[in-house]
Design a protein around this ligand. Structure first.
Ligand SMILES: NC(=O)c1ccc[n+]([C@@H]2O[C@H](COP(=O)([O-])OP(=O)(O)OC[C@H]3O[C@@H](n4cnc5c(N)ncnc54)[C@H](O)[C@@H]3O)[C@@H](O)[C@H]2O)c1
Length: 283
């Protein structure tokens, strides 16, 4: 199928990056969110990121920022997605919210349209099962910041067809990204490992073994990581970390995924990381 217009649902931390990457690669984007405020903040952030990239990373931009931004149409009504050739969903990591979105878009979008689920831990097979098109549903786990990350974890659900995988891998290639296909399991590969690391780092801070800054400095200095686990948690969003751990805890019924009480407390206090201006660090 010829993909021209891509629906992107959710204009938060990751959805706005997905929209930007698609627009940079000349796709028309329908960016949908329940919140006008999030849409306005996404448009402003994409505009300023494009201007910065234009100044410092000219090799990545094929068009000028205004042309790229003009390819993104925003709105709050999912019915606009009747015009989409492919959909990437990036709403809040909460099963009730995601289920409601899929039940609705399944009726709105053409039957052959592929749904890419951008989730940290929700099983793709479960998402497919609430639609009439489970063979056209797959996981597209983009990494943050999306325009700068070259690899995407692609998840094959129980019924995901080879054609759907080929379509999605082709779209990713058009974005200059490689998709690595893994099988469906809570947290897949990346988050099954990463969330435990971040959670254990939070336990270290909670137990006063070390400060957040010391933990992060050790991961960078000792292991050569570009970012420490607590900086990464702030970048992803601590509410998303908590939700992902909760999904894995409930899915595996294994206590090793229990969220650190300090993580729960910080989410209750809305210290969510970068997007809130405060988390383990102040931005
Ligand atoms: N943050 C990351 O680094 C990251 C990385 C990969 C995947 N993900 C996954 O992407 C998804 C989104 O995460 P995020 O960090 O961007 O969250 P976020 O909280 O920053 O953004 C979520 C957005 O979804 C919107 N939303 C909520 N309900 C909606 C609905 N019914 N219809 C349309 N929009 C709705 C919210 O208004 C918000 O703008 C989650 O499933 C998360 O696990 C996040």
């Amino acid at each position: 199928m010829n993909i021209r217009t891509v629906g992107v649902i959710g204009a938060g931390t990751i959805g706005r990056g997905v929209a930007q990457s698609l627009a940079q690669s000349a796709f028309d984007v329908l960016l949908i969110d329940v919140s006008e405020e999030q849409l306005a903040s996404a448009t402003a952030q994409i505009g300023s990121d494009l201007r910065l990239q234009g100044m410092f990373r000219a090799e990545r931009l094929k068009d000028d920022p205004a042309t790229i931004l003009a390819r993104i149409t925003t709105g709050t009504d999912l019915s606009a997605l009747s015009a989409a050739d492919f959909v990437v969903e990036n709403v809040t990591e909460n099963w009730d919210i995601k289920r409601d979105v899929y039940e609705k878009i399944d009726k709105i979008c053409r039957p052959e349209v592929v749904f890419g689920v951008n989730t940290s831990a929700v099983p793709i097979t479960r998402v497919g099962s609430v639609t009439e098109r489970p063979e056209h549903v797959l996981g597209l786990h983009f990494m943050n910041p999306v325009p700068l990350m070259d690899t995407v974890e692609v998840v094959q659900g129980h019924f995901t067809s080879e054609l759907t995988l080929d379509t999605a891998l082709g779209l990713l290639r058009d974005l200059g990204k490689e998709g690595i296909v893994v099988q469906d399991a809570p947290g897949f590969v990346t988050n099954r490992v990463l969330m435990l690391t971040i959670n254990e780092a939070i336990f270290c801070v909670q137990d006063q073994v070390a400060t957040a800054e010391q933990v992060d400095r050790m991961f960078k200095g000792c292991f050569g990581h570009k970012m420490g686990p607590l900086e990464t948690g702030d970048l992803i969003g601590l509410d998303t970390i908590l939700n992902s751990l909760t999904v894995m805890y409930e899915s595996f019924r294994d206590s090793k995924y229990r969220p650190a009480p300090l993580l729960q407390r910080m989410v209750d206090a809305r210290l969510l990381g970068r997007k809130a201006g405060r988390g383990f660090y102040t931005y």
